[in-house]
Design a binder for this molecule. Structure first.
Ligand SMILES: NC(=O)c1ccc[n+]([C@@H]2O[C@H](COP(=O)([O-])OP(=O)(O)OC[C@H]3O[C@@H](n4cnc5c(N)ncnc54)[C@H](OP(=O)(O)O)[C@@H]3O)[C@@H](O)[C@H]2O)c1
Length: 300
């Protein structure tokens, strides 16, 4: 059942996930304003938000974040600082504005990542599993989620820890699709590492569910319910099959490290088996639980 129309403020709403989320929210009758570094219609700037406070709204989402896997950006101290500040500072700015608002919004949703959990080929993680303190990405997620906390607030807080988002026109698929189309795609490294994935319509669906359902709060894992059984190699085979191409050429681990740097290569050469336990318990029903159907939808 649809609730009342909401005015939703979305930080980083101009990006890959934000564009799809904005479409979904508008299709459900909600009004969307973006917080962006760039001016434009239905946008406010981060400076304006810090200066003038939260515009009147019913819900807030943050999706802002410098793209970590941009192969054109060398892994350096300044890039790491940008990765952190584009997430933690924007989240803090929104949390402060919510805390100071005369009419606080009803819901506040932050999208972070499953990098919170320690990569392992065996362990399976739910939202209750520990994590957040062992490498760059896990510590990043911890400080990002900490920045969202507002003590004693009437605003309901939800954090969606997302896996690799699969969708058209952005994210992982847009980086991989050309080698695969040319028949030059394949698994990364051994291909045995888990590949926690979610279809973009499900990630947006979970955010929308979190905004609309008054009883949803806390952490929700944003991964497909079958993704804990998907390895990087299985993903490569399914993507190739969806494109009607072979997936014979593995990309050696040393090449991934050479392009992305040691620390960032962890994201591609290792992975986590993650279960969306609380997400399912909260009543969310996945549109694309199976990888083959998700990929057919995306590359069709
Ligand atoms: N895509 C995935 O597979 C995936 C997986 C897990 C988690 N996530 C998280 O989900 C969120 C949305 O992902 P996405 O793929 O939609 O991201 P995206 O398209 O790469 O970027 C989202 C938006 O962030 C803003 N942004 C970029 N660099 C920034 C900077 N240095 N400072 C401030 N804002 C900056 C941009 O908005 P403006 O240009 O309008 O300012 C951009 O449109 C991100 O926080 C990401 O970490 C994504």
């Amino acid at each position: 059942m649809r609730g009342a129309a909401m005015r939703v403020l979305v930080g980083g709403g101009t990006g890959f996930v934000g564009t799809a989320l904005t479409q979904l929210l508008r299709s459900r009758g909600h009004r969307v304003t973006h917080v962006s570094r760039r001016g434009g219609r239905n946008r406010i700037s981060w400076e304006e938000l810090s200066r003038s406070g939260l515009p009147v709204c019913d819900a807030v989402v943050n999706l802002a974040g410098q793209n970590v896997l941009n192969p054109l950006r060398r892994w350096s101290d300044s890039f790491c600082r940008e990765i952190i500040s584009s997430r933690v500072d924007t989240t803090r700015t929104l949390a402060k504005a919510i805390a100071a608002a005369e009419h606080p919004p009803r819901a506040w949703v932050l999208v972070t990542g499953v990098g919170y959990y320690r990569p392992s080929p065996i362990a399976e993680y739910t939202e209750e599993s520990p994590g957040g303190n062992f490498d760059f990405f896990s510590r990043l997620v911890s400080s990002w989620e900490d920045a969202a906390l507002i003590y004693g607030s009437p605003t309901r807080g939800v954090v969606v820890r997302s896996g690799v988002v699969l969708g058209r026109g952005g994210g992982a698929i847009s980086q991989m699709i050309w080698p695969f189309r040319l028949g030059l795609g394949g698994p990364l490294g051994s291909g045995l590492q888990p590949f926690p994935w979610i279809h973009i319509r499900d990630l947006c669906g979970i955010v929308c569910h979190a905004l609309e359902k008054e009883n949803v709060r806390g952490i929700l894992n944003g991964v497909s319910p079958t993704s804990s059984g998907t390895s990087n190699g299985a993903f490569a085979r399914e993507l190739a099959a969806a494109l009607g191409r072979p997936a014979l050429l593995p990309v050696p681990a040393w090449a991934v490290r050479a392009v992305f740097g040691e620390e960032r290569a962890v994201m591609l050469l290792k992975g986590q088996k993650v279960l969306p336990k609380r997400t399912l318990e909260s009543g969310y029903r996945f549109l694309f639980p199976e990888l083959a159907a998700a990929l057919r939808d995306i590359v069709a």
